[in-house]
Design a protein around this ligand. Structure first.
Ligand SMILES: [Zn+2]
Ligand SMILES: [Zn+2]
Length: 376
């Protein structure tokens, strides 16, 4: 008998994600087993209802089929947002990218309820998160892109075209025509699994495998989706737009959760974008500082000067102090690479190279003779 998750949380069928979250918070606090008003059974029911309704994809399946398990979501949390934040790649985790990102990318909402979920671990023996590894997941995709040096310093929005397996937009991945009824899968007789007897040198044993026709749900749609012929997925060209953060380095990976290959009845894989930065002929990066060289005239070195210089920020005026020495480095504050955290910027370091003239005009020679007499 299907459970009414909306009733469990005491909310309306049209409740927003915010309302779902609020209702869950309230009830979870009330029925938490450690509380006087606690009720472990009820608490688990609330948690189950929330797991489904807080995930757009599962909620849609539940609304359509009366069960979030249609298609083998069995117990796993959607999204793959959990313990993996991309740090292993020294990269960034971009959940908030702007594309056709439905479903999986939104799965992580439950984790900001740290106060409650810290406790759930105790009740469920810490196994709460382990369940997610059982979920089927599409393959990850990795793509290489090349960007300009300036783009790597300030960040950039990029658009790429990918030919990949995506969730069918017509049936939203269910494989059935929208609104169609579900019927019992004839192949597995509704069990979702098929048992087989196998012989090996150790004897005969039975093994079960997931039913390929219903992908383990035990149910198949009466009318298959016309677009994907019941596959729930289809290969197509997709345009993805995403933002690369400032101060990204060559070789760094950016992860776009849920933008890999889609799979029927599971979460899509992730998309990894490996960045290659084209070298700049004038600037190099040293941590959060930019470094460059600048040739200056001998007279400017002796007298000081104001010089216009082309930088990543466009033309800026720099002040050469009077009497600088050979090999001196000029530091222009705040014209370097942005810091990841506070958006402040490092400095621009300019290695000054004083040009000593190889030839002198007659007049120049006379003047410098004068300088010599002055003891300079
Ligand atoms: Zn379809
Ligand atoms: Zn089946």
């Amino acid at each position: 008998m299907p459970k009414d998750y909306y009733k469990t949380l005491g909310i309306d069928k049209n409740a927003s994600q915010d309302e779902v979250k609020k209702a869950f918070r309230k009830m979870a606090h009330q029925y938490h087993p450690d509380k006087g008003t606690g009720d472990e059974k009820k608490f688990k029911e609330i948690n189950e209802a929330y797991t489904v309704l807080s995930n757009d994809e599962k909620r849609r399946r539940y609304d359509q089929f009366g069960s979030a398990d249609a298609g083998g979501f069995g117990g796993g949390q959607g999204g793959g947002q959990g313990g993996f934040n991309g740090q292993g790649f020294g990269g960034f985790d971009f959940s908030g990218f702007q594309g056709g990102g439905y479903g999986e990318g939104d799965g992580g909402v439950e984790f900001d309820l740290g106060d409650i979920f810290g406790d759930i671990g105790n009740i469920f023996g810490g196994g709460g998160r382990g369940g997610r590894s059982r979920q089927k997941k599409g393959s990850d995709i990795s793509v290489d892109i090349e960007i300009d040096f300036k783009e790597s310093v300030f960040g950039i929005e990029k658009t790429i075209n990918l030919n990949k397996t995506s969730t069918c937009e017509h049936c939203k991945g269910s494989g059935g025509e929208p609104g169609t009824e579900m019927k019992k899968c004839a192949t597995c007789n509704g069990a979702g699994q098929i048992s087989e007897m196998r012989r090996s040198i150790l004897g005969t044993f039975s093994s079960t495998r997931m039913c390929d026709d219903c992908h383990g749900s035990g149910k198949i749609p009466k009318d298959k989706c016309k677009e994907c012929h019941g596959q729930g997925i289809s290969k197509k060209n997709k345009t993805l737009t995403f933002t690369l953060p400032p101060s990204i380095e060559s070789g760094q990976m950016v992860r776009l959760p849920g933008q890999g290959e889609a799979i029927f009845g599971g979460a899509s894989g992730d998309l990894y974008i490996r960045v290659h930065v084209r070298a700049h002929k004038q600037f190099i990066k040293k941590g959060n500082d930019l470094r460059t060289k600048l040739d200056i005239k001998l007279s400017d070195a002796l007298l000081g000067a104001e010089i216009k210089m082309d930088t990543l920020d466009g033309l800026i005026e720099i002040k050469i102090p009077q009497g600088i020495s050979i090999g001196e480095v000029l530091r222009i504050k705040g014209k370097g690479v942005p810091y990841e955290k506070n958006g402040k910027r490092g400095d621009l370091m300019i290695d000054l190279n004083i040009l000593i003239p190889k030839k002198l005009s007659k007049t120049a020679k006379q003047m410098i003779e004068e300088l010599r007499k002055e003891g300079v």
